[in-house]
Design a protein around this ligand. Structure first.
Ligand SMILES: NC(=O)c1ccc[n+]([C@@H]2O[C@H](COP(=O)([O-])OP(=O)(O)OC[C@H]3O[C@@H](n4cnc5c(N)ncnc54)[C@H](O)[C@@H]3O)[C@@H](O)[C@H]2O)c1
Ligand SMILES: O=C(O)C[C@H](O)C(=O)O
Length: 364
């Protein structure tokens, strides 16, 4: 080999080595680079769920431990001072992921460029009231806030409606914000789903994280249908069906269902206030699974726009079993539905159809 050839080889080798290091450095710095903050709107933020939810968002429980957030809090004029108090506490929390807090009573400022909207704002149910009693006030709020979200939120903003009647408020929001894709408007039934997991775990004396694939069908109301037919428990000898392990169809078909249906009312009776810490935790579970994906082999319950799956009227916001991947939910297909389940699924769908017409009559 002559000197020219040797020189040429040395140049190629040193070029390749420097390119290799450039690539490694680039990968390293992009791994190290901080993510852009996600803007999360919480309406009704001065209320009791808001108070429980705020530190969870700021600590990364909702979007992960490496995701910075900017929190936008909206409440009504009468709660402006309380809202400022929550803002002071968020600053005092010195949360490393929290990159900003907006506390406002201006719906436009609150909605501006938000990526996620958690809608808690409304009048909560008090002891002895049915969800229908609070409907007339709340659907008016959701009609007005639909327009603000449509005009000012990020185009791909994901919306979770929590305020009751949650499914029907979400339906009104969907109908009055037609430019937001149906896929991005959901309501909270994860609390009911978690309650059902909790009851099964208590009954079987197993850890709640070993129970999976409960379904909550329908309305977040006393007609909802918590269904354990497809649920399983991880045991030392593999996955076992909940129905086989419990071996008490009477309990599963009666007391289990009514306990979940009435759990919200039981908490109101005991606390004189509706559930807040479990609701805030379920909000985080709902958004985290929607954005970051459901674990393999596991589904969760979400109130989503029906596409006609399982014979449910298209367009209703109905709770289905869903899996999530790449920020999108899909309804789990092909579950066997027996006559008992069919009747319960239809009855809660019928309540939603009635609520829809009641909501429209409230809107005039
Ligand atoms: N889907 C579920 O699983 C679930 C569970 C628990 C509670 N909830 C519902 O969530 C809602 C919030 O519950 P909470 O206990 O925090 O109630 P809360 O009364 O403590 O808070 C509601 C807040 O909404 C505010 N608000 C009222 N109108 C508003 C408007 N137009 N814009 C912005 N904010 C407004 C109120 O001022 C108040 O601060 C209630 O409707 C409750 O019934 C739903
Ligand atoms: O039942 C209610 O109004 C409160 C809430 O929806 C709950 O389920 O705890």
């Amino acid at each position: 080999m002559d000197y020219a050839e040797l020189f040429e080889k040395a140049v190629v080798v040193s070029f390749s080595v420097s390119l290799f290091w450039k690539i490694i450095r680039h990968m390293w710095s992009s791994m190290d680079a901080e993510k852009e903050p996600v803007k999360v709107l919480v309406t009704g933020a001065a209320g009791q769920i808001g108070y429980a939810l705020m530190p969870m968002i700021a600590r990364g429980v909702m979007l992960g431990p490496d995701q910075p957030v900017i929190i936008h809090m909206l409440d009504i004029e009468q709660c402006a001072e309380a809202l400022d108090g929550v803002k002071m506490e968020l600053i005092d929390g010195a949360f490393p992921l929290l990159r900003g807090v907006v506390a406002t009573t201006d719906v436009v400022e609150a909605c501006r460029d938000v990526n996620i909207a958690v809608m808690l704002g409304g009048i909560p149910r008090k002891e002895g009231m049915e969800r229908k009693d609070v409907m007339s006030r709340n659907v008016l709020i959701y009609k007005a806030q639909a327009a603000a979200l449509e005009q000012h939120a990020a185009a791909d903003c994901k919306v979770l409606v929590v305020a009751n009647p949650a499914n029907t408020n979400a339906l009104i929001l969907k109908e009055f914000a037609p430019s937001i894709t149906d896929k991005n408007i959901t309501c909270l039934t994860r609390l009911d789903h978690n309650r059902a997991l909790g009851q099964i775990a208590e009954k079987l004396k197993v850890h709640v994280s070993d129970v999976k694939n409960i379904v909550v069908w329908g309305n977040h109301s006393s007609t909802q249908y918590p269904d354990a037919d497809h649920a399983s428990v991880a045991t030392s000898s593999g996955e076992r069906s909940v129905r086989d392990l419990i071996a008490d169809d009477k309990w599963l078909n009666t007391e289990f269902i009514t306990t979940i249906q009435q759990r919200g009312a039981a908490i109101i009776k005991a606390r004189k206030l509706s559930s807040a810490l479990s609701a805030a935790s379920a909000v985080c579970d709902h958004i985290r699974d929607w954005v970051l994906g459901t674990p393999k082999g596991t589904w969760v319950s979400m109130g989503v726009c029906s596409d006609g799956s399982y014979g449910i009227q298209p367009g209703l916001i109905y709770s289905f079993p869903v899996t999530c991947q790449h920020g999108e939910w899909s309804i789990v297909q092909g579950l066997q539905i027996d006559e008992f389940s069919r009747a319960k699924m239809d009855s809660t769908a019928n309540e939603l159809i009635e609520e829809k017409s009641l909501a429209y009559s409230c809107l005039g």
